[in-house]
Design a protein around this ligand. Structure first.
Ligand SMILES: Cc1cc2nc3c(=O)[nH]c(=O)nc-3n(C[C@H](O)[C@H](O)[C@H](O)COP(=O)(O)O)c2cc1C
Length: 190
């Protein structure tokens, strides 16, 4: 089971906010950051993290489109920071590291949890933004037809169910896709 969360780590450069899929394990989570990344550097420097459970999908889309400056406040029990608008959060301490050339794995235990706001149910547009954010993080690895097909499908949920936050997040991601299309080499003519 993987939970898509906003992970905040802290190093000498300050706090770093990144969407990360946490792998659920008994009693905690595994964080598997790619080489190289700020999340990886920070976890080595300060082996703590905050998993933020948020339905504000602008943070997911924002981090992928250069908008990383989201308000935070200090965590309760660890050296770390909590996203202001999160529904709930867990404060994590690294207990073991498995080295890997591509994706080291940081096993974490939960040292503290807090709930701030109620979960008000699923929203298809939020799920669509998370899927589109993953797509945008992999644009260079995917065939153009797959990108177009998936965006066309995800857009149905945006058109039918988005509120203003989901629409704004979607527009940031689509700006990135439009810029990528403009840069991509021309398709050869049939
Ligand atoms: C929903 C979602 C889940 C992600 N999960 C991971 C992950 O598990 N590990 C990872 O390294 N990057 C993941 N990414 C990509 C990172 O958010 C992005 O590459 C990030 O900038 C990591 O690099 P950084 O720590 O230097 O910011 C995910 C992105 C999205 C949208």
């Amino acid at each position: 089971m993987i939970r898509e969360t906003i992970v905040i780590t802290q190093g000498h450069n300050g706090v770093h906010i990144a969407p990360i899929g946490l792998i659920e394990e008994e009693g905690g989570f595994v964080i598997a950051p790619f080489h190289p990344s700020q999340t990886l550097d920070n976890l080595r420097e300060n082996p703590y993290a905050v998993a933020n459970y948020t339905d504000d999908v602008r943070v997911f889309a924002g981090c992928l489109t250069g908008r990383r400056d989201w308000p935070t406040r200090p965590a309760a029990k660890i050296r770390g920071a909590v996203l202001e608008q999160t529904l709930a959060h867990a404060e994590l301490a690294v207990t073991a590291v498995t080295e890997d050339a591509v994706r080291p794995r940081f096993r974490c235990k939960i040292v503290h949890e807090e709930t701030h706001r109620p979960f008000r149910g699923f929203n298809r547009a939020q799920a669509a933004v998370v899927e589109a954010a993953i797509l945008v993080s992999r644009l260079h690895m995917l065939p153009p037809e797959k990108i177009e097909r998936e965006i066309a499908y995800l857009e149905i949920a945006i058109d039918k169910t988005a509120g203003p936050r989901e629409r704004e997040a979607w527009d940031w991601l689509m700006d990135r896709v439009i810029a990528y299309r403009a840069d991509a080499p021309e398709e050869p003519q049939a």
